[in-house]
Design a protein around this ligand. Structure first.
Ligand code: GLN
Length: 492
């Protein structure tokens, strides 16, 4: 390996590129070499954009040479989940139904990162249409966990998490509908942040469940999360749900101080469902924050038990409507040899979608059907309001909430793939945050005895990503351990 720029954080790369200590071209080559060396094992990337990345890096270097500002993410190598529309390459959501689909535009978040000087290195593996918690539902390949190649990386943004943890690029983008940034970040030992609903434009994010979806970053440290938020947040006229609120400089929140803050521990999250080893990791992490002056208070989120069921009604209902557009006429795959429109729809969808996506469309169509709408969909919307109210009440007693991100560390490939309900429970601690539209973050909080990362989740009030980052940064600066390079990849 020619150099080790691939190991660095985005802010280290950005500083060095801007100072002229290294060229964007050299950093890019380092990452492309690293991808070539380890991705055969990890399988995080579904497409590596060697030439396009080199061209983007050359543009950054040219700006520096001409004395122009190359941007706050100058030369930083970034990978993109395949749910984000990009003019470069294809956008398939790792589904056969979108095989070969080329987007005529870039997602707003992608466009904004490019404007900030980023270098895109390729597209990342995911569960088909972001439905899953292990990335095993991808129709293309199974991504491995960098800490143990026999384990899943979590999901649905498993490629995004594995690429950062495996040091294939400094930053990746993912999407989070019920936990798909935070849970894989926890499984792979990286930082993952789901912004408040409306904070980041969803324009160009292929919709799964539009009232829950948000785009967010995977990074190696908290500071890098702030840098990405600075670039991607803010109003976008092409997404009417994007909030028209000022975007602060999130790096100002990185103070490393939580004295006088109240952190809530929801008692419903600390039950037997949480394994003893995970519990110990979370308790230790919370003690670190307490040691930095935070006051820990017990809070209650009484409707927690209903969150998973509520989510699987709402997200399937929305998915069944959103996925209706993949009909063999407008996008991607078209089944051959059909004689009428009905047969075209039927055959295209049967052949184009994998089993989990078909299951969700059927569930969603059922809960929206006239005889069952009130019993399921309407009821779920009411419970969603109760879950939101629980959080509002909890936030009267604390500034942020701390919980585990997932009940267990990464599990073995194949262990849960035949039992969808068991798989759905991977998200018991993350789903409520989407139902309530709140910002949430996962941070590595140590390794289990078997060498797998554990994740601490922090949840804040709507549009209070600054508190999230402040608590996260304080924890990170005082946690008392370094995450080494995953053993499986060290010898590369
Ligand atoms: N694992 C959850 C699901 O399967 C969440 C997915 C996501 O956030 N995209 O729906």
């Amino acid at each position: 390996m020619s150099n080790t720029w691939y190991e660095k954080t985005a802010h280290e790369i950005r500083d060095a590129v801007r100072a002229g200590d290294v060229s964007a071209a050299e950093v890019t080559e380092s990452c492309l070499d690293r991808i070539a060396a380890v991705d055969g094992q990890l399988k995080a990337f579904i497409d590596v954009w060697n030439d396009a990345a080199r061209a983007q890096a050359a543009q950054v270097d040219a700006k520096i040479k001409n004395g122009e500002d190359p941007g706050p993410l100058a030369g930083v190598p970034i990978g993109l989940k395949d749910v984000l529309c990009t003019k470069q390459g294809t956008t398939t959501c790792c589904s056969q139904i979108l095989k070969g689909y080329r987007s005529p535009f870039d997602a707003t978040a992608v466009e904004r990162l490019a404007d900030a000087g980023a270098v895109f290195v390729g597209k990342l593996n995911m569960d088909e249409f972001a439905m899953g918690s292990s990335t095993e539902n991808s129709s293309l390949q199974t991504t491995k966990n960098p800490w143990n190649l026999e384990c899943v990386p979590g999901g649905s943004s498993g490629g995004s998490a594995a690429a950062v943890a495996g040091h294939e690029c400094a930053i990746t983008l993912g999407s989070d509908t019920g936990g798909s940034i935070r849970q894989p970040a926890a499984c792979c030992g990286c930082v993952g942040l789901k912004p408040t609903y409306g904070r980041v434009s969803r324009f160009g994010l292929v919709a799964f469940a539009s009232s829950l979806d948000q785009i967010g970053p995977f990074t190696k440290d908290v500071e890098d999360c702030a840098l990405v938020l600075n670039a991607i947040c803010g109003r976008d006229l092409r997404d009417s749900t994007s909030a028209d609120l000022p975007v602060p400089d999130f790096t100002q929140a990185l103070k490393g101080d939580v004295s006088g803050m109240k952190l809530g521990m929801p008692k419903e999250y600390f039950t037997d469902a949480l394994g003893a080893e995970m519990r110990e990791k979370i308790d230790t992490a919370i003690k670190v924050l307490e040691g930095q002056g935070a006051e820990i208070v017990e809070v209650s989120l009484p409707h927690t038990d209903y969150a998973v069921a509520t989510y699987y009604i709402i997200c399937t209902a929305e998915a069944s409507a959103n996925l209706a557009r993949f009909d063999g006429v407008r996008y991607g795959y078209r089944a051959p040899g059909v004689t009428n429109v009905d047969e075209l729809y039927r055959k295209t969808k049967t052949e184009g979608y994998g089993p989990e996506v078909r299951r969700r469309i059927m569930l969603g169509t059922y809960v929206l059907s006239s005889g069952y709408y009130d019993a399921y969909y309407l009821k779920a919307q009411k419970v969603r309001s109760l879950i939101q109210r629980d959080f509002n009440e909890a936030f009267e007693r604390c500034d942020a909430i701390v919980t585990p991100t997932a009940p267990t560390p990464a599990f073995k490939i194949g262990e849960k793939s035949s039992d969808p309900l068991e798989m759905y429970l991977s998200d018991i601690y993350t789903i409520s945050v989407n139902l309530a539209g709140l910002p949430g973050m996962s941070l590595p909080c140590g390794l289990t005895a078997s060498g797998l990362p554990a994740g601490l989740q922090i949840i804040a009030k709507p549009f209070d990503e600054e508190t999230l980052l402040r608590v996260a940064y304080t924890y990170e600066q005082n946690r008392g351990f370094e995450l080494a390079m995953p053993a499986a990849l060290r010898a590369q």
